[in-house]
Each structure stands twice: as structure tokens, then as C-alpha cells.
Design a binder for this molecule. Structure first.
Ligand code: FNR
Length: 381
């Protein structure tokens, strides 16, 4: 009610509460380069559109006269209880958008009890983000480097700084065909801001002929060369298990057979995701892929979800389909670009408030009772 009450005194929020407007405002503020990096999708953008279409086709059938005065958004996921079924997705090189970058996103998330997933491609080193997170959950995302020593070093640094949950992103063995990045020559951004998480890594530095500050271009080329390993297959997951004690979640799973393979390999969860439509053009909308994955492994793995979520109602829909928690991508990146930590906080508050209202107005006091039976897919009877 805070926003409504503020309205009585004429105090309007600094950013719009319709989060779909943030991209356009960011473009007005920062120009098309940074927005191209965030908004861009693979190929013709059809996967991004499929993500939206899949969510839009799902319609909630609200129920009435149910006691919803006392409500609780908390959920149990990956062995911990979260205050709400929401986390911030890993996003690399946030310093393209704001000088406080990942630190500001981490502080905003920590203040709301929402886990922030730190990207291995971040512009802020793990150690600094760990400090920004304070007592909050520390979740780390790995791009599985061609150089095993770099991967091992990342895992060691993450463990030593208190990170507990590992997300391994599998849909990016190669960077995709992304016209907006290609057309604006993305590399200058990387050179300008660096991927400091790599540049400060001892194993990464050991692979350079000259120190990063003496030859930053060579460091960027080295980063691109070892970024991700397209030769990995399922047995390689054993390497990660040997080097990580906590839960491991595979990010970027869309096929139920891959979800089964994840469970068979002893993983703890999957994120049903198409990387926000940034990898395979023409891919299935993530919300269309979710039900088959839930059927396949819902009783063996924690299933998380991302790609295309822009509102509390979207979050409610994917929870109903069986996801335990939802990762938010672009909206918080735009919030950061527009207003730093306060902008990320705005996005989190809007999403949680709308999720709470959507569930309550649909007749549910907790996410647990809201299920696929409360949805219809448009076109189905
Ligand atoms: C990403 N994503 C991503 N994922 C990951 O595992 N590591 C990373 O470093 C990045 N970097 C990244 C940068 C940018 C600019 C975007 C938009 C996305 C993917 C991200 O974690 C998530 O899967 C999507 O953003 C979810 O889709 P929406 O919410 O953006 O539609």
C-alpha cells in the first residue's frame, strides 16, 4: 500500500511500476549501446517473443471467498527457506549499466532477502560482492571454462568467500549469434569495463604473457578464448561434483531428457531457461518447456525458472506450473541502469508486491496451494 499512500501526497515512484517500460527509459538515458547489450536476443529475437507468448497464453482462473488475510510468500528451495520465490539471475558485466554494478544489485537483493546470483562474467570480483552481500545467501554462477585450472580457481574463490549454491550455465558453450551485439561491435564494452572477475583470478593471470594492465586487449582475447568449453558432456559433471560441496543447479535446461540426466548425475536442481532468448533463435518459449520438465523430474530436483518474466503475475503463473523459484533477469538490469541500488530495489519490491496481490486475488494465501489447476492455456478448453 505504500505506493498508493504516497500517491495521496502526490509522491509518485521515481521509476514506473510497469516494469516493461524500463527498457525504453534506459535507452533514453544511456543510449542504444548498453541497451543493445541487455535487450538483445539471438537471431531475429523470436525466442524472446516466444517467451512472452508462452507466458501470455497462460491465464489465471481466480477463486473467491477464500481467507487470504494472512499471507506468506516463503518457499523451501535448495535446502533453505527463502522469504519469497524470487532470485536475481546472473548477469555479466553490469558496469556497462552503472558504475556500482554488481555491488549495487547485491546490496539491493540482500536488503530484501532475495538471493543474488553472482555471474562468473561479472565486472566485480567475487570477493567484493561477498562483502556487499553481508549475511545474505551467496549463490555463484559458473561459465565452465576451457581451462580447468581457471574453473577450479573460481570454485575455490567462491567457496572461500562463503558462496554455497553453484549454478552451472550449460546453454552457452558458445556465444550465440546476437545481431545487436555484432552490429555495435561489443568488444569495446568489454575492454572498457573489463570482466574483473577473470582479470583478478590467479589461474587466469597465469595464462597471460603480460599482466592485464600492460596488455588489456590480450586479456580480453584470452577471456574470450577460454570463456566456455563446447566439448563438455554429461560425464564431465563429475569434475564439478568433486570440486563443489554444496547444491549444484544446471541452468539452461529445456528438454525433459536433459532434466532426467541432471537428476541421474546427482545434481540438485535445474533452471528451465533459454537464457532470456539470447542463445538459440527459434527456441521453445521457456514457459512452454516447463511442464514436461516438471513431469519428468519434479519429484527428484528443485526446478527453477527464468526467461521473459516481467511481472508478479508472470511469477505466479510459473510457480503454478511447478517451478519452486523464479529468476529475474533484464528488469533488474534496467532498474540498476536507471537508479543504481534503489532501482534494483524498486524492481524487487514491485515484483513481490504484485506477486502477493496476484496470489491473494486469485484466492491463495501461499504459493503452495496455487497449482496448474488454477491456470488455463488460451486455446485449450
Ligand atoms: C544474461 N544471462 C546470463 N546468464 C548466466 O548464466 N551468466 C551470465 O553472465 C549472464 N549474463 C547475462 C547478461 C545479460 C545482459 C542478460 C540479459 C542475461 C542470462 C540470465 O541469467 C537469465 O537467464 C535471463 O536474463 C532471463 O531472461 P529475462 O528475465 O532477461 O527475460
Amino acid at each position: 500500500y505504500e505506493i498508493y499512500l504516497n500517491g495521496m501526497t502526490g509522491a509518485v515512484p521515481r521509476l514506473p511500476t510497469d516494469l516493461t517500460r524500463l527498457a525504453e527509459l534506459t535507452e533514453q538515458r544511456l543510449g542504444s549501446g548498453p541497451v543493445g547489450y541487455v535487450a538483445g536476443g539471438a537471431g531475429d529475437g523470436s525466442t524472446d517473443r516466444a517467451n512472452r507468448a508462452a507466458l501470455d497464453r497462460l491465464r489465471i482462473v481466480p477463486r473467491v471467498l477464500r481467507d487470504v488475510h494472512a499471507r506468506d510468500l516463503s518457499v523451501h528451495v535448495l535446502g533453505r527457506t527463502l522469504p519469497a520465490p524470487v532470485a536475481l539471475a546472473p548477469i555479466g558485466v553490469l558496469s556497462i549499466l552503472h558504475p556500482e554494478a554488481e555491488g549495487a544489485a547485491a546490496r539491493a537483493a540482500a536488503a530484501r532477502g532475495v538471493p543474488y546470483i553472482h555471474s562468473s562474467a561479472a565486472s566485480t570480483p567475487i570477493e567484493q560482492v561477498a562483502e556487499a552481500l553481508g549475511d545474505a545467501e551467496r549463490w555463484f554462477q559458473l561459465y565452465w571454462s576451457k581451462d580447468r585450472e581457471v574453473t577450479r580457481s573460481f570454485l575455490t574463490r567462491a567457496r572461500d568467500t562463503g558462496f554455497t549454491v553453484l549454478f552451472v550455465t550449460l546453454d552457452t558453450p558458445l556465444l550465440a549469434w546476437r545481431p545487436r551485439d555484432l552490429d555495435q561491435a561489443y568488444l569495446p564494452f568489454l575492454r572498457g569495463v573489463g570482466t574483473a572477475n577473470y582479470f583478478t583470478d590467479p589461474a587466469f593471470q597465469a595464462g597471460l604473457a603480460r599482466p592485464v594492465h600492460e596488455d588489456p586487449d590480450a586479456a580480453v582475447m584470452h577471456f574470450i578464448g577460454l570463456f566456455s568449453d563446447p566439448s563438455n558432456t554429461w560425464p564431465d559433471l563429475a569434475f564439478l561434483r568433486e570440486n563443489w560441496d554444496g547444491p549444484i543447479v544446471l541452468k539452461g535446461v529445456l528438454h525433459p531428457d536433459d532434466a532426467r540426466a541432471a537428476a541421474d548425475a546427482g545434481m540438485d536442481g535445474v533452471v528451465v531457461s533459454n537464457h532470456g532468448g539470447r542463445q538459440v533463435a527459434g527456441a521453445i518459449g521457456a514457459a512452454d518447456a516447463l511442464p514436461a520438465v516438471v513431469d519428468a523430474v519434479g519429484d527428484r530436483l528443485d526446478i527453477l525458472f527464468d526467461s521473459g518474466v516481467r511481472s508478479g503475475a508472470d511469477i505466479a503463473k510459473v510457480l503454478a506450473l511447478g517451478a519452486r523459484a523464479v529468476l529475474i533477469g533484464r528488469p533488474y538490469a534496467y532498474g540498476l541502469a536507471l537508479d543504481g541500488q534503489a532501482g534494483v530495489d524498486h524492481v524487487i519490491r514491485c515484483l513481490l508486491a504484485e506477486l502477493d496481490l496476484t496470489l491473494a486475488l486469485s484466492g491463495h494465501a501461499t504459493p503452495a496451494t496455487f497449482t496448474a489447476a488454477d491456470l488455463r492455456r488460451e486455446g485449450d478448453r
